[in-house]
Ligand binder design. Structure first.
Ligand code: NOJ
Length: 970
């Protein structure tokens, strides 16, 4: 507390002002709280270097690889990389070390690090982000290695050696080719720049000695000028100390940034690098006509009420980018957790006339390409290149490195009811009863920060919540759960057990002196932040979730991790200063974007380990990074109750999903403000198709439980939520798929229709898995929507079964009670149509299969089922079925590998649950007869209202969901 008292009045005032902002007293993001590139020294320096390179028609990268230094050993190629413009080449070392790893899953990793730096550059991101050490391609696989006289080294790899990596020595560049066609090019534009660590009075290694290449032509010698040009001065800007508003970043190690260009050759659309409130296909930030002038920024920040259509940084960062064209798909993962900026430029050519001419027998093509420029503040240059061949391969390759989405508990993919705050135990009971009264299912009730004793996490406000365990039991009796919020800032209060234990264990983040604890201001006032990089801190934190330490918690209580960017109201850009110190003397600057994930993972560990219940955890986090999917769900933070925010949620979630984090959602209704009933209803209708489906609202907003707006809204919202519950078997199956091979759950149209150029930029409609097409209504007063039906097959409206024929855009009805949702011909979707008060209450209900036949009369689909709660599925205790229709027979077969153990009795019981209904869409004539084995089954058919096809319903076929059967129909 002494700290709190010694705070200056100015600081407190600032805190209060900041708090006021967070509370929503001001109606828009305060842009000036956050840096632009020109306010960031390293961004400015690297962008200026790019400008210089672009303005010089003869520009060539000054980096060269020493060809005689190249060695290939056990899948790793190493070599010495020089910057020929560095005036001070260290006598003993080669300057930079180049590494190229050939992984056994056809991924290539390229690293550039400093040799013998004056202090080690931070290289620890891999330890927390990569799930396991990967295997290398064997020498046999890379035997097709050739070196030519010009020092160009070529290695072929991948299936049938379809991929080639070409490494050029002078100038240095690395090109990836697919079937001989250049696809991903590193340093093709020569923007590689690497600030080597140095002492402040050493002078500058590098660009202060920049040579005007044009004037130097033919001289063959590096100029040794001393005068600095304005450009050179700019390149040094803010190298040793940097100010932003009233904050000073002390930068004890000086400049250590690096940047490099990555060209997606012949690829005009790039996607990924969340989190930004922008379109799915990333807009250009540079070049003629670029819609944005700022680069995309990756720096986890608390940007409440964020602006849309903007490349500003938000709460999470995933430096993964996927490029796609009709002919090609490729991706890169820039593994760095420091602040990073990325410029995107669309280009008519690769700007490199010689580039394509060497491909023998092929005519040079002038393809539209996307050039990107990646700039990170510190660490090492470490980039993975994925060449597929398909998107599915890329998702599998990427997730084999950083992990897949963890299989969630079944309840957590149902509906969550949240607001800041449900105020008392009585309030909770009334809201809970309200759902039953209005016949609206829900699974989880959430408590925000006000439930605690003075924002001391793991405690309860005893006046408002006198019997938390009873309250949870009351919900659990109906199969419902509760979530409480736990933030990473710990109130400074020696009487608070968590605060005191943290001090005793010495697990708080330290100031730049490395010894005193950092303190700042957050919800509880003066607070300290737990250093989750310290293994002792993580284990201690995890232990706090045991029922005996988290008094009042029960098995049905789960966790919400908020403010974990981390948000510090008194810090620069509302976060923690970059020069604070973590365990192992690691400066925060190196790991900022991973902090929230470390917190998320420690919490998930706590819920997993509490009292050995074998229960899967559920933790929602606001901050995220590559690999977050291994710990739980995320949401898109403090959005606004506006139509524009409803609209931007789809591209944001699609982007996050394709970057590996499948379990994500946006606050339904919009966090700030008061949605009009139509907006709220439309948001529910869209939100039921978010992987994480939660309504949430700000403290100052009016209450908005689904029944408060009267009819027709209550019925419309009820219908939407019930639709989510009906499709839970499909959602759960898609989560399984994501957990196995990293597939996104909601998928951009281009993922399902990779050859249809009309959908490459489309983000106002999307697919749930491969089966459902969803088009949210995002404008008021709309009753007709334009939907693009891709492919050459039919699409069936999920409610009316009316049919649309692809390809092409059509105007379809989108009346107030539903948005357009279509099932694709050729798919089979599992459902449960007896909607009850919670998903738990439905877990023993029978199933419905909806079969949408394609033009060949075929269809297929899957169902995954386990106990929905425990880790037993990891030991084979699950059911995985494939349903297939061909030549008039629906068959059900297990997809479970025979090597897996038999399912337990419990799962055998699940396998015995029956299919009560089979709906067949797309029949040219009514079915006459349906048979299983010797039995004839009742079937009823009717002609669909529109489209001319027949819809037949097979009732009680007396087959089980988890057992083999063949059902024939004519
Ligand atoms: C900020 C979060 O984004 C919001 O969802 C939450 O309600 C408030 N913090 C209060 O905890």
């Amino acid at each position: 507390m002494a700290h709190a008292k010694s705070r200056s009045k100015k600081t407190i005032l600032r805190s209060v002002l900041a708090l006021g902002l967070v509370l929503g007293c001001v109606n828009a993001v305060k842009r000036e709280d956050f840096k632009t590139c020109s306010q960031s020294g390293f961004c400015t320096r690297n962008r200026a270097y790019a400008d210089m390179a672009k303005e010089d028609p003869k520009w060539a990268s000054p980096f060269q690889l020493n060809p005689s230094s190249l060695r290939l050993k056990e899948g790793i190629l190493t070599g010495d990389l020089f910057n020929t413009q560095e005036s001070q080449q260290p006598a003993s070392s080669a300057g930079l070390g180049f590494e190229l790893h050939l992984l056994d899953n056809d991924v290539v990793r390229v690293r550039v690090n400093e040799r013998d730096p004056i202090h080690p550059r931070y290289d620890g991101v891999q330890d927390t982000v990569l799930i396991k050490p990967y295997g290398f391609a064997t020498e046999a696989n890379i035997e097709r290695l050739q070196k030519d006289d010009n020092g160009i080294l070529t290695i072929q790899y991948g299936p049938n050696n379809r991929n080639t990596v070409r490494i050029s020595s002078a100038p240095f560049k690395v090109e990836f080719l697919v079937n001989g066609v250049p696809t991903v090019l590193l340093n093709n534009d020569g923007l590689l720049r690497f600030e080597r660590l140095r002492n402040k009075d050493d002078g500058v290694l590098g660009e202060n000695k920049l040579v005007d290449q044009a004037s130097e032509e033919g001289e063959g010698e590096i100029e040794t000028q001393v005068e600095k040009s304005p450009l050179e001065l700019k390149l040094e800007e803010n190298s040793w100390e940097e100010r932003f508003k009233e904050f000073t970043d002390s930068k004890p190690r000086g400049p250590e940034s690096f940047g490099m260009d990555i060209t997606f050759s012949g690829i005009n659309h790039v996607y990924g690098i969340p989190e930004h409130a922008t379109s799915l296909s990333l807009k250009a930030t540079r070049g003629t006509g670029a819609p944005y002038s700022e680069p995309y920024r990756l720096y986890n920040l608390d940007v409440f009420e964020y602006e849309i259509d903007n490349p500003m940084a938000l709460y999470g960062s995933i430096p993964f980018m996927l490029g796609h064209s009709k002919n090609n798909t490729a991706a890169v993962f820039w593994m760095n957790a420091a602040e990073t900026w990325i410029d995107v430029e669309k280009s008519a050519t690769d700007n490199n006339s010689g580039l394509l001419s060497w491909i023998k027998g092929k005519k040079p093509v002038q393809a539209a390409s996307t050039k990107t420029h990646w700039i990170s503040e510190s660490g090492v240059l470490d980039v993975f290149v994925f060449l597929g061949p398909t998107q599915r391969d890329i998702f599998r390759q990427y997730s084999s490195l950083v992990g897949t989405t963890v299989m969630p508990q079944a309840f957590s993919i149902a509906y969550h009811q949240c607001r800041w705050n449900y105020n008392t135990q009585q309030d909770v009971a009334e809201v809970d009863a309200g759902f039953d009264e209005h016949d609206i299912p829900y699974d989880v009730l959430w408590l925000d920060i006000e439930h605690t004793n003075g924002k001391r996490y793991f405690t309860w406000d005893e006046a408002k919540f006198p019997n938390p365990a009873d309250m949870q039991q009351g919900l659990a009796n109906k199969g419902r759960k509760m979530v409480t919020i736990i933030d990473p800032h710990i109130k400074m209060d020696s009487g608070y057990h968590v605060s005191q234990q943290g001090a005793d264990l010495d697990v708080y983040i330290k100031n730049k002196d490395g010894t005193s604890n950092f303190d700042g201001w957050c919800w509880p006032g003066s607070s300290q932040w737990i250093d989750f990089y310290n293994p002792k801190a993580r284990d201690w934190w995890a232990s706090l979730f045991k029922y005996e330490t988290y008094v009042g918690s029960t098995k049905s209580l789960f966790t919400w991790n908020d403010m974990n960017e981390p948000s510090v109201f008194t810090g620069p850009e509302i976060t923690i200063p970059k020069d604070v110190i973590h365990y192992g003397n690691v400066e925060h600057r190196n790991v900022h974007n991973l902090y929230g994930t470390m917190f998320h993972s420690a919490t998930a560990q706590g819920l997993t380990e509490r009292n050995e219940t074998n229960q899967r955890p559920f933790v929602l986090s606001r901050a995220f990074f590559a690999g977050t999917q291994r710990y739980g769900a995320i949401w898109t933070g403090d959005n606004v109750a506006s139509w524009e925010h409803l609209e931007i949620a789809s591209p944001m979630l699609l982007t996050i999903g394709l970057s590996g984090v499948a379990f994500s959602g946006a606050d339904v209704g919009g966090f700030f403000g008061n949605p009009e009933p139509e907006l709220l209803t439309r948001w529910y209708q869209a939100g039921i198709y978010y992987p994480f489906f939660r309504a949430h609202a700000h403290l100052d907003s009016k209450r908005r439980e689904p029944w408060l707006f009267g009819e027709p809204y209550t019925s419309q919202i009820r219908e939407a939520i019930r639709t989510r519950y009906a499709y839970l078997p499909l959602w759960y199956t898609l989560f399984h798929e994501a957990s196995i091979d990293g597939m996104p759950i909601i998928r951009p149209m281009f993922t399902v229709f990779p050859e249809d150029e009309a959908v490459f930029g489309m983000d106002d409609q999307y697919m749930v898995g491969d089966a459902l097409l969803v088009k949210p209504v995002v404008k008021p007063g709309v009753t007709q929507s334009t939907v693009y039906f891709a492919g050459t097959e039919k699409w069936f409206d999920i409610k009316s079964f009316s049919v649309q024929q692809g390809p092409g855009a059509k105007e379809v009805d989108s009346p107030a009670d539903r948005i357009p949702v279509y099932q694709r011909a050729g798919t089979i979707v599992p459902k449960r149509e007896r909607i009850r008060r919670s998903s738990k209450a439905m877990e023993n209900d029978p199933f419905t299969l909806v079969i949408a036949l394609d033009s060949k009369g075929e269809a297929s689909g899957k169902l995954y089922l386990d106990d929905g709660e425990t880790f037993n599925y990891q030991h084979g205790d699950y059911i995985l079925r494939e349903f297939k229709v061909s030549t008039g027979t629906l068959s059900s077969r297990s997809l479970k590998p025979t090597t897996e153990p038999e399912a337990s009795d419990f799962m055998q019981h699940k396998a015995g649950l029956r299919i009560e209904r089979i709906v067949v869409l797309g029949l040219a004539a009514p079915l006459k007869q349906v048979r299983v084995a010797d039995r004839e089954i009742e079937v009823g058919c009717a002609q669909a209202a529109q489209g001319g096809h027949y819809v037949c319903t097979v009732k009680e076929p007396r087959v089980n969901i988890g057992k083999d059967f063949d059902l024939s129909f004519v």
